[in-house]
Design a protein. Structure first.
Ligand code: ADP
Length: 273
């Protein structure tokens, strides 16, 4: 089985003030996934399955940060306001998921939408409960589950609710479902020694084996509510520690997603031990 992530930076205009889809990327990548599935001879078989995880981008971050989802709060009034914020965020990321599922289905891919807020619970922002039986069952039947960054309830009384990023979902799904490959498509060529969007002289690190490789990383820039690149790598290092390799590739580059799904090596960063 393969787990593929489509970053919020790819399928949405991430820095847009209002939720905006990146239609061009979405249409192209949907086609690439379809032709990869043809090539991989995707059948009704769990082992040949594919799970797609997508980020929230401009459909999630503006609301999650406006309503401070996952931040401690005290008074009862705040909770009432936060609940509206939770509901609003849930609604927007669900809309995004619908658009993505529609685009994939138009290519003939039998997608099924999986909504984290309906079955995932966190404690201190980490997933502690999520029954994956349903996902396994869909895979066994040849469906392609599409799961996404969402808001969820949190057991920690001081925060009560949290954002679960696509990257944390990748971590949890991979630990429990043990995929053969984990591929993350984002809007840069991989992990660099510093943020390549801010530093033109940044150099790509083709293999990350420990968080120490990132010491020189500029962690103060490009931080979103889910932790940006640093948060992503932390999730993936945990997987590498239990023998699950992952690769970060540039999904903005034509055919990279397709090639990576088909097992071809494309420019990017591998996270392994
Ligand atoms: P996605 O939405 O695709 O999951 P994120 O926006 O969370 O991706 O993370 C990708 C972004 O991380 C890039 O657009 C880049 O600006 C930023 N970034 C910060 N530091 C680095 C780094 N050292 N190497 C690569 N990207 C970095």
């Amino acid at each position: 089985m393969i787990i593929l992530k489509l970053g919020g930076s790819i399928i949405t205009e991430k820095d847009a003030k209002i939720p905006t889809i990146n239609d061009k990327n979405l249409a192209r990548i949907s086609k690439e996934i379809k032709s990869a599935l043809n090539h991989l001879d995707h059948t009704n078989d769990y082992n040949n399955g594919l799970i797609i995880v997508h980020g929230a981008g401009s459909f999630g971050h503006p609301f999650a940060s406006e309503y401070q989802i996952g931040k401690p709060f005290k008074i009862e009034e705040d909770f009432e306001k936060k609940k509206i914020g939770f509901s609003l965020t849930q609604s927007w990321v669900k809309k995004l998921n619908t658009v993505i599922c529609d685009a994939l289905r138009e290519e003939g891919i039998p997608v099924v939408s999986i909504q984290p807020s309906s079955f995932v619970i966190t404690k201190n922002k980490r997933i502690i409960s999520a029954n994956l039986d349903i996902i396994e069952k869909y895979l066994e039947n040849g469906f392609i589950p599409v799961i996404y960054g969402d808001v969820v309830l949190d057991r920690e009384e001081t925060i009560k609710m949290a954002v679960v990023s696509g990257d944390q979902l990748i971590n949890y799904l991979a630990k429990h479902l043990k995929p053969e490959r984990v591929i993350l498509g984002t809007d840069v060529d991989g992990v660099f020694n510093k943020n390549p969007k801010k530093h033109p002289d940044a150099k790509i690190i083709t293999e990350v084996t420990s968080l120490d490789d990132l010491e020189s990383m500029d962690s103060t820039t490009n931080i979103d509510v889910t932790g940006g690149m640093i948060g992503k790598i932390k999730e993936l290092i945990e997987l590498a520690e239990i023998g699950i390799e992952s690769e970060i590739i540039n999904a903005e580059k034509e055919s990279f997603v397709e090639k990576a799904l088909c097992g071809e090596i494309v420019l990017g960063t591998t996270i392994k031990m």
